[in-house]
Design a protein around this ligand. Structure first.
Ligand code: 13P
Length: 256
C-alpha cells in the first residue's frame, strides 16, 4: 500500500511571518492521522521558521527548487546539503513554472534529482503536457520523454522512494482540473513506463501525485483512483481551510 502524499506548493507566496502563522493554524486544522502524509513547500526564507513551527508534528517540509552542486560560486543558488541540514525532507524539481520562466530542462532536473537523492532528500519530480500538446494527442509522448530523461540512470531503489507529480500545465492555476479519468490514465501510463524502465517493484512503490486546480471538492474522486497517490496543490494550499479540507478528503478516499 502506498501512503498518499498531499503537498502544498506555496510558490512565491507568504513571508516568513505569514508562513509561521499559517502552519500554526494548519496544525490545529489538519491531523495527519488516517495514513496521509502532509507536506508544505514554503519559499526559501520561510523554510527555517516553518521547520521550527512544525517541530514535533508529522507535517514534512519541502523546498521548491535547488541546484545540483554541493557548494561553490553559484550566486543565488541553494544546495541540497543546505536544504537537508535545515530539515527539508522533500524538494520539488522541474515544476512547469521553473521550466517556463527559468529555462529548466529534463537534463537539469535529472542532475538535480541525483544530487538530491545523494544527500538524502526525496525529489518530487514534476511532469505534464501543455494544452497544445494535449490537443495534438501528444500527452503520453511528452510525459514519456520527461520521465525517461528526468529519471535517467537512477537506481530502481531510488526511484521507489521518490515522488512524481503529474501536473498538466493547462490545469495549473486555471480552475480547470483534469477529469479523474484523464488524470488516472496519465498516472497509470507513468507507472507502466517506470515498471518498464526500473522494474515492477520500483513502479509499485513510486508515489504519483496529480496537480492542477485540486480543491477539497474534487479531491476525493481524484484520490480514489488506483494510480493517483496524492496531490501537489498550489492555490488551495494557501488557505488553511482549503488545504486542511483537501487532506481530510484524501483521508476519506483512503478509508473508503
Ligand atoms: P494550482 O493548484 O493552483 O492549480 O497549482 C498547481 C501547482 O502548480 C502545484 O505545483
Amino acid at each position: 500500500m502506498r501512503r498518499p502524499i498531499i503537498a502544498g506548493n506555496w510558490k512565491m507566496y507568504k513571508t516568513p511571518s505569514e508562513a509561521v502563522d499559517f502552519v500554526k493554524r494548519l496544525l490545529e486544522a489538519a491531523s495527519t492521522a488516517g495514513g496521509v502524509e502532509v507536506v508544505v513547500a514554503p519559499p526559501f526564507p520561510a523554510l527555517m521558521p516553518v521547520r521550527e513551527a512544525l517541530a514535533g508534528s508529522d507535517i514534512a517540509l519541502a523546498a521548491q527548487n535547488m541546484f545540483w552542486e554541493v557548494e561553490g560560486a553559484f550566486t543565488g543558488e541553494v544546495s541540497p546539503v543546505m536544504l537537508a541540514e535545515i530539515g527539508c525532507r522533500y524538494v520539488i524539481l522541474g515544476h512547469s513554472e521553473r521550466r517556463r520562466y527559468f529555462g529548466e530542462t529534463n537534463a537539469g532536473v535529472n542532475r538535480k534529482a541525483r544530487a538530491a537523492l545523494d544527500r538524502g532528500l526525496v525529489p518530487i519530480v514534476c511532469v505534464g503536457e501543455s494544452l497544445a500538446e494535449r490537443e495534438f494527442g501528444l500527452t503520453e509522448k511528452v510525459v514519456t520523454a520527461q520521465v525517461e530523461e528526468c529519471l535517467a540512470g537512477l537506481a530502481p531503489a531510488a526511484v521507489a522512494v521518490m515522488v512524481v507529480a503529474y501536473e498538466p500545465i493547462w490545469a495549473i492555476g486555471t480552475g480547470r482540473t483534469a477529469s479523474p479519468e484523464d488524470a488516472q490514465d496519465a498516472c497509470a501510463h507513468i507507472r507502466r513506463l517506470v515498471a518498464r524502465l526500473f522494474g515492477p517493484e520500483a513502479a509499485e512503490r513510486l508515489r504519483i501525485q496529480y496537480g492542477g486546480s485540486v480543491k477539497p471538492d474534487n479531491t476525493r474522486d481524484l484520490m480514489s483512483r488506483p494510480d493517483i497517490d496524492g496531490a501537489l496543490v498550489g492555490g488551495a494550499s494557501l488557505k488553511v481551510e482549503g488545504f486542511a479540507g483537501i487532506v481530510r478528503e484524501c483521508q476519506k478516499a483512503v478509508q473508503s
